[in-house]
Design a protein around this ligand. Structure first.
Ligand code: TRP
Length: 450
């Protein structure tokens, strides 16, 4: 197999951890997790999500990094060569294609939401939220998303900066995330501190952790599982392509555990910060994608130096979204560079333009086309559902089947170098049996077959 990737290599294990954590921690943790937990009743949903992270997400993450490092190319080409090595059909490279399409679809709406965060940097900094009421915040949010021109402008800016970072290659990715993660964590902890002072803190904690399985639907289980893939950046080749830049000697298993842990802690902290504010202000936990944009400004509007902390928070959220979005597009860019002999810059421009164009659909789905629905879903809802709940689990399932059943045990053992046979066999068992069966059951259940 190849020793290094033609696109370069991370300078250290730490650099990979930062980049992969940068990819994992993003809008999924701070924007999406709280609102889907709110929509699906809280505690039981959170518990199912945590089980999915451990039993499905973690083993698949290890497998995805492993496939990337062994293939050393874009997911499409890596999968083709790995299938070759295992004597399996070249057809496996479609897994790479599924990922390229999923990444493109996700980034198109991800960038629009990241645009909201950018718009909030300016709003918080100008002090409009000082002493604000819940109604006031809702109005400000409502005005923002009702204005397609503003959303388009922010979406365009976000896409431009993302493409610039990706154009600079592996080194560019590395530098961006180094200072970001610790700072984001610090502000989140500050917000949890504010939430703890609220009388509703206990109510918020109970909402997040008290499991009441009576409310759980099969749809909610599908959403929890889909989110486990989404939040860990699994199932579309992002972590695979990052793995292809990983130096040979780094231990994959322990690294993946660290990444999954960091990702989960950030999501839970975000929930702990948000729900007490929701209940303290009589807001609705199930109010949808606007949840953090309608709750956190209340906290910033009422705490000392809130405008400063708030500005910093939204800046960091934008950075967290950047470090995620670059991984969404990296598989496509790497493939264009490998197969179409394009320069990185050219590849970025093409992919960026296509993503930007599709993003206009999401921009409009919050205002002009908000009433145009298919299966009761707007354009944004459909993209979100299709990618997170269908494409990513399908991609993850295929990765599990390939790494567990197609690739030889000798090869995976030599790639992973897990010393303890119990841990290695435990991983293989989860990958071969638990993850595929769990994904299949959740799928079939959600489409009402079972
Ligand atoms: N994990 C990121 C988040 O939580 C989003 C993301 C980045 C992603 N790369 C991905 C999701 C690849 C799915 C697949 O915000």
């Amino acid at each position: 197999m190849r020793q290094t990737s033609q696109h370069g290599q991370w300078t250290s294990r730490f650099a990979f951890i930062l980049a992969a954590t940068g990819s994992a921690v993003g809008l999924g943790n701070i924007w999406k997790f709280p609102y889907i937990a709110g929509e699906n009743g809280g505690g039981a949903f959170v518990l199912i999500y945590l089980v999915c992270i451990l039993a499905i997400g973690l083993p698949i993450m290890i497998a995805e990094i492993m496939l990337g490092r062994r293939g050393r190319q874009s997911p499409i080409n890596s999968m083709r060569d790995l299938a070759d090595e295992a004597g399996a059909s070249k057809f496996w490279s479609w897994l790479g294609w599924l990922g390229v399409v999923a990444g493109f679809l996700i980034l198109s709406y991800y960038s629009v939401i990241a645009g909201w965060a950018m718009a909030y940097v300016v709003r918080v900094a100008s002090g409009v939220f000082e002493g604000v009421t819940a109604d006031g915040v809702s109005n400000i949010f409502g005005q923002l998303i009702a204005d397609p021109e503003k959303l388009l402008a922010w979406h365009s800016l976000f896409m431009m900066v993302t493409m610039l970072v990706v154009a600079r290659g592996v080194k560019g990715l590395e530098r961006t995330v180094k200072f970001l993660m610790p700072a984001l964590l610090a502000i989140l902890i500050l917000l949890v501190g504010y939430a703890m002072e609220q009388d509703a803190f206990e109510q918020g904690v109970l909402f997040l952790f008290k499991a009441d399985f009576g409310k759980v639907t099969s749809e909610a289980v599908l959403i929890a599982m889909g989110h486990a893939f989404f939040t860990l950046s699994l199932g579309m080749g992002a972590i695979m392509v990052y793995g292809s830049y990983l130096p040979r000697k780094v231990s994959i298993g322990s690294t993946a555990v660290l990444i999954a842990l960091a990702d989960t802690v950030v999501a839970l902290l975000a929930g702990l910060a948000i729900f007490p504010i929701v209940f303290a202000n009589g807001l609705e936990p199930g109010s949808g994608p606007g949840l953090i944009f309608q709750t956190l400004p209340i906290a910033f509007g009422h705490m000392a130096y809130g405008s400063i902390f708030g500005t910093l928070f939204f800046i960091l959220l934008v950075f967290a979204a950047w470090s995620s979005s670059i991984s969404l597009i990296e598989p496509a860019v790497a493939w264009l560079v490998e197969n179409k002999r394009m320069s990185r810059m050219r590849a970025c421009i093409w992919v960026g333009l296509a993503t930007w164009t599709l993003g206009i659909g999401t921009v409009l789905s919050f205002n002009l086309t908000a009433d145009i629905k298919l299966f009761d879903k707007t354009f944004f809802d459909i993209l979100d559902y299709l990618t997170a709940n269908i494409m990513l689990p399908l991609g993850g399932l295929s990765i599990a089947i390939f790494a567990g059943w197609v690739m030889s045990k000798e090869n995976s053992a030599s790639e992973l170098q897990i010393k303890s046979p119990i841990l290695f066999n435990g991983w293989l068992f989860l990958l071969k049996f638990v993850s595929p069966i769990a994904v299949a059951i959740v799928f079939l259940n959600a489409i009402d077959v079972i």
